[in-house]
Design a protein around this ligand. Structure first.
Ligand code: URQ
Ligand code: ZN
Ligand code: ZN
Length: 584
């Protein structure tokens, strides 16, 4: 199948130029969602080619020393809105600035939302998004498409998007009445179409009718400032919609992905629906996403005293006026009741936010997060002891890759996967600020937050785009990553890919939306720490699992250095724990 690229542009395969097409990351601790292992990684032509110790590598390979660092799969942000026209403004982070900022923070792929106006063609709008993105993206990207009206044509276009354009997810809005909102019949039809196509419906869960009526009432009573926003859309309003969406999905028998869960009761409701399914059939295909904003901050009335500060924190569903919500949502992530974390990056400048002075319903909704998501979740989750590094990888990368059917090409570091890799320094600190961030927006909702966990190197498709903390991004380097329908994780046996030990050739052509099978890293690794659920001990140097040897302190490394080995062929000398079976 061929995916037409709008306005095709000849891309220079930058990562194939010079000796940079070969990189060895050595002496680091490789963290996947299921294992933490001392291991080296050899990358060639954008792909992970070998994992192990004592690797024999070609001369001239660039060596990155990751001593006392963690080596993680690049973050995947499942929820961005770059250059989005919304509520009378266009979000200021475009596909260049947004993906550049993503890389600076350790994210190597984003999934943006194609947002057609009511009755606009889904395909035309999708093409518009591809044109906007293709020359600008510094990291890889995928696309979800929103369904904002329902007709026979909608269904046909959904089918075409799934089968020809690499889209396997469709977002519907239960809010934004008169703009994007669908009624229950339309939700039902969309979910049913998704089920037929093997696609995943995504839902913005807020009762738009109630928000609308509340807003009128609040404005009439003289409440027109930013406080009115959250008052118009309480936790109940979010939870009711979430319950209704789950009910409709259950009636139809479709899976469901709830975007931006922002409150404790909504997370509880999701947990209830998931558990009902798990009790019935052993697993659930209802998934929940929360945001860096929701776990990193809250609506703190004492701090948000001026209009600008408050307006900058407005998104929907809103940040809750409750200091306990962030920890609660992190616990939900830790115990598997929520699956993914996004940024919902939709950044409007202070000037744009000011459109809503005198009427909170006109303040463009959206906050930053694409750059700081990884650090904020690390700080609030791992440093606080709520999440293990493996869990961190799972909720910032792996689960998103599985749900949107691009695992194990993305979401893990394994032989054959894309070399989207972050060398993460868990000991370094930085203070988040709009003065130093790479986003275009003039505000940062995490301003002043000190975070441990800083990316030192970020590789996107094998290219070193963050190099010892210095950004070296290239516009247009990112690829469109098609997301094929019928994800095993959503529709079938979620372990099919993981348990397969068959090494297979697979298409390197990113335009072919094929589910890939690659052996997990554990099949070629030496010392494996199984780090599924235990809390972490913060040693002051690095995180380690309770009751486990601190592999970080080991000085053991038998990796060949590029200076030691001058062979032009690629070969593996039985690494401890098994030989890497390559596909070349
Ligand atoms: O609802 C969304 O996801 C976008 C359109 C706006 N951002 C927000 O307030 N959540
Ligand atoms: Zn939304
Ligand atoms: Zn959004």
């Amino acid at each position: 199948m061929e995916i037409p690229v709008p306005n095709p542009v000849k891309k220079v395969p930058i990562h194939l130029q010079s000796s940079q097409n070969r990189v060895l990351i050595k002496n680091g601790k490789l963290v996947n969602h299921d294992t933490m292992v001392d291991n080296d990684i050899f990358i060639e032509d954008g792909i992970v080619k070998m994992i192990g110790r004592n690797l024999v590598i070609p001369g001239g390979t660039r060596v990155i020393d990751a001593s006392s660092m963690l080596v993680l799969p690049g973050g995947i942000d499942p929820h961005t809105h770059f250059e989005l026209e919304f509520m009378g403004a266009i979000s200021v982070d475009d596909f260049y600035q947004g993906t550049k900022a993503a890389i600076a923070g350790g994210t190597t792929m984003i999934i943006d939302f194609v947002l057609p106006n009511k009755d606009e063609s889904l395909i035309d709008t999708y093409q518009k998004w591809r044109s906007r993105a293709t020359n600008k993206v510094c990291c890889d990207y995928g696309l979800h498409v929103a369904v904002t009206s329902w007709s026979k044509q909608t269904k046909q276009e959904m089918e075409e998007l799934c089968n020809k354009h690499g889209v396997n997810s469709f977002k519907v809005f239960m809010a934004y009445k008169g703009v994007f909102m669908l009624n229950d019949s339309e939700l039902y039809n969309t979910f049913e179409a998704c089920k037929e196509l093997g696609a995943l419906p995504m839902v913005h869960a807020e009762n738009g009718d109630i928000v609308h009526e509340n807003s009128i009432r609040l404005l009439k009573s003289g409440i027109n400032g930013p406080d009115g926003h959250a008052l118009s859309r309480s936790e109940d309003v979010e939870t009711e919609a979430l319950n209704r969406a789950c009910t409709i999905a259950n009636q139809v028998g479709s899976p469901l992905y709830i975007v931006h869960i922002m409150s404790k009761p909504a997370a509880d409701a999701l947990k209830k629906h998931r558990n009902e399914q798990i009790n019935r059939c052993g697993k659930s295909n209802i998934f929940g996403e929360t945001l860096a904003a929701a776990v990193g901050t809250y609506w703190d009335k004492n701090k948000l005293t001026c209009w600008n500060d408050a307006a900058a924190h407005i998104l929907s569903p809103p940040l809750r006026n409750d200091p306990y919500t962030p920890t609660y949502l992190l616990e939900m992530l830790a115990n598997g009741n929520l699956q993914t974390t996004g940024s919902d990056n939709a950044t409007f400048s202070s000037e744009q936010k000011a459109i809503g002075k005198g009427d909170f319903t006109k303040i463009p909704n959206g906050v930053n997060g694409v750059e700081d998501r990884m650090s904020v979740i690390w700080e609030k989750g791992v440093v606080s002891g709520l999440l293990s590094p493996c869990k961190f990888v799972e909720i910032t990368s792996t689960n998103t890759a599985k749900i949107f059917n691009i695992f194990p090409r993305k979401g893990c570091i394994a032989v054959g996967s894309d070399a989207d890799i972050v060398v993460w320094n868990p000991n370094a600190k930085r203070t988040i600020s709009s003065k130093t961030h790479h986003q275009a927006v003039d505000y940062n909702i995490f301003e002043g937050m000190e975070v441990h966990g800083v990316p030192e190197y970020v590789l996107v498709g094998g290219r070193v785009c963050l190099d010892e903390g210095n950004l070296k991004v290239v516009q247009g380097h990112g690829k469109f990553i098609p997301t094929p329908p019928h994800a095993d994780f959503v529709y079938g046996n979620e372990n099919v890919n993981e348990e397969s030990n068959d090494q297979q050739d697979y298409p390197q052509d990113n335009l072919k939306p094929t589910a890939l099978k690659i052996s997990p890293a554990s099949s070629v690794t030496s010392e494996i720490s199984n780090c599924s659920k235990s809390p972490m001990i913060h040693t002051g140097r690095a995180m380690r699992m309770e009751g486990q040897r601190d592999l970080q302190s080991s000085s053991f490394s038998i990796s060949s250095d590029s200076n030691d080995v001058k062979k032009s062929s690629i070969r593996v000398r039985n690494p401890p724990g098994g030989q890497s079976k390559g596909f070349w």
